[in-house]
Design a protein around this ligand. Structure first.
Ligand SMILES: [Zn+2]
Length: 178
C-alpha cells in the first residue's frame, strides 16, 4: 500500500504543476503574440510617429488588455475549479463521487460512504450489493402499490403478475444470504 499512499500525495502536486504550466504557456504565448504584433506593426509601417508618450501607451495599453485576458482565463479556471472540486469546505480535491442523490460532489476523502479512504474492492462490492437490494425493495414496494391499485380497479379479475415482486425480493435475499 506504500505506492498507493505516495500516489495519493503526488496527485494534487501534479495537478497544480499542470495548471501552472498551462498558465505559463498562455502568458508566454500572449507575450509572444504581442511581440509578433509589434514586429508586424514596425515592418508593415503602422508605427511611423514614435512620439515621447507613444512607447508608454503602446506598452501599457496593451498590457492592460493582456491583464484583462489573463483575468478572464483566471476567472474561467476558478469557475471550473468551483464547479468540479469537492463540496467539503476548504477541500481542493476533485469531487467525483455524488452524495445525497447528487446534491453534493465529494472527493473519496470526504464522501461519507468511504470514511476518508479510497474505496476498496470490498467496499465497492458491498455498496453495489446494497444498491441492488435497495432497488429491489423499491421495486417490490412499487409493485405492491400497483397490485393494490389494479385490484381496486378490477376486483373480479385475478391476474397472475402479483407473484413477480415477491420472487424478486426472495432472489436478492438468497443472493446476499449465501
Ligand atoms: Zn474533499
Amino acid at each position: 500500500m506504500g505506492g498507493g499512499e505516495q500516489q495519493v500525495k503526488w496527485r494534487p502536486v501534479i495537478v497544480a504543476g499542470l495548471t501552472c504550466a498551462v498558465v505559463v504557456v498562455l502568458v508566454v504565448w500572449l507575450m509572444h503574440a504581442r511581440q509578433a504584433g509589434h514586429w508586424l506593426q514596425i515592418h508593415t509601417g503602422t508605427i511611423n510617429e514614435p512620439g515621447p508618450y507613444y512607447g508608454f501607451w503602446s506598452g501599457f495599453g496593451s498590457d492592460i488588455e493582456e491583464f484583462g485576458i489573463l483575468g478572464a482565463i483566471g476567472a474561467g479556471i476558478y469557475q471550473l475549479v468551483k464547479k468540479y472540486n469537492c463540496h467539503e469546505p476548504g477541500c481542493w480535491r476533485i469531487g467525483q463521487h455524488p452524495a445525497a442523490g447528487g446534491q453534493f460532489l465529494l472527493c473519496y476523502r470526504h464522501h461519507p460512504d468511504y470514511k476518508g479512504r479510497k474505496p476498496t474492492h470490498e467496499l465497492i462490492q458491498r455498496l453495489h450489493r446494497e444498491h441492488l437490494e435497495r432497488q429491489a425493495a423499491i421495486l417490490a414496494k412499487l409493485n405492491q402499490v400497483h397490485e393494490r391499485l389494479t385490484a381496486d380497479q378490477t376486483p373480479a379479475d385475478d391476474l397472475p403478475d402479483p407473484g413477480a415482486p415477491a420472487s424478486a425480493t426472495e432472489a436478492s435475499q438468497n443472493h446476499t444470504g449465501s
